[in-house]
Design a protein around this ligand. Structure first.
Ligand SMILES: [Zn+2]
Length: 305
């Protein structure tokens, strides 16, 4: 009996040591700005979307990229439909869930300067080094790989007020202005699924680089953490290969969107499959198939899994 109790005690102790040694998953709160009664900036035409709708689409694409490509990261949205959680509720959610990072997604506008264009990433203060580092990486991705005009990282002094979601969240937080809806060219871009995909994948790449840097002991790519809710997604398969090919080769880079590699158990020699996009809406994915074909992947076809 004593021996049994000792074994139990040892098991308990080793269990404790084990759980302390394992790093917990990273929690990222993604906040699609506005929603419900709060439209944000209004669309200039009937067939364009209002800011609240654009924010939600880009935010969900970003969340999908993270969930598909990074293990040990949990995504929580402040909203997933056309509702309006108050700014206080958004901050409380992130604080109560003890989120590690907070990303708010918005689109910009300038009422008296139709020429203003480009992306901005806001932080509450440049003194918050972690938020600032993250914001710099987002703007760098916008500028380099996504080919956007970057207006840089802004703080509350730049905009003469502080944004509540940046100020009242306890964790490093950034607010992204993905482009100017008041600029005709950028409004069209933001309304295209191509543009939305490029914006979301730029934010995703910055997030991945940032997480790897901040958490060097976590292996973010040791498995596919795709959330299985029973419904398969449509994707565009652009290539398959016998040997493992890097997902950032120039041929893939010119697509402008994130390429996902997957190893499959198959009797074929081609064990590696490369896809872009991920949506339950086949029409969305068809647009990406067209893009892939235009960029040289003539045999790109739609797969579902
Ligand atoms: Zn906004």
């Amino acid at each position: 009996m004593v021996k049994y109790a000792l074994v139990c005690l040892l098991l308990m102790l080793s269990g404790t040591v084990f759980s302390e040694g394992a790093e917990k998953d990273i929690v990222i709160v993604i906040d699609p700005g506005h929603g419900g009664k709060d439209y944000g900036r209004l669309a200039s035409k009937d067939d364009y979307m209002h800011e609240k709708e654009l924010n939600l689409i880009i935010a969900k694409k970003l969340g999908n990229y993270i969930e598909t490509n990074l293990s040990h990261v949990k995504v929580i949205y402040t909203r997933t439909d056309d509702t309006y959680p108050s700014l206080t509720a958004r901050c409380n959610l992130a604080n109560n869930k003890k989120a590690d990072y907070f990303i708010s997604v918005h689109c910009n506008g300038s009422p008296n300067n139709a020429a203003a264009k480009g992306t901005e990433t806001h932080v509450n203060s440049f003194d918050n080094k972690t938020s600032y580092q993250f914001a710099l990486l987002v703007e760098k991705e916008f500028k380099t790989r996504a080919g956007r005009k970057s207006r840089g990282v802004k703080n509350s002094a730049d905009r003469h007020h502080s944004l509540q979601v940046l100020k009242d969240t306890d964790m490093p937080s950034i607010l992204i202005e993905a482009g100017f809806m008041s600029n005709a060219e950028e409004e069209a871009y933001l309304n295209s699924s191509y543009g939305q995909e490029i914006i979301a994948s730029a934010i995703f790449r910055a997030t991945r680089t940032f997480l790897k840097k901040k958490h060097p002991t976590i292996n973010f790519t040791d498995g596919n953490t795709e959330t299985a809710d029973g419904t398969p997604y449509y994707r565009v398969q652009i290539m398959s290969s016998i040997d493992k090919v890097d997902t950032d080769i120039p041929e893939f880079k010119k697509l402008g969107v994130e390429v996902t590699r997957r190893k499959v158990n198959s009797s074929s020699m081609y064990k590696y499959k490369y896809t872009i996009g991920k949506s339950k809406d086949k029409k969305e994915v068809k647009k990406l198939q067209k893009l892939a074909r235009e960029k040289g992947f003539k045999d790109a076809y739609i797969v579902r899994y």
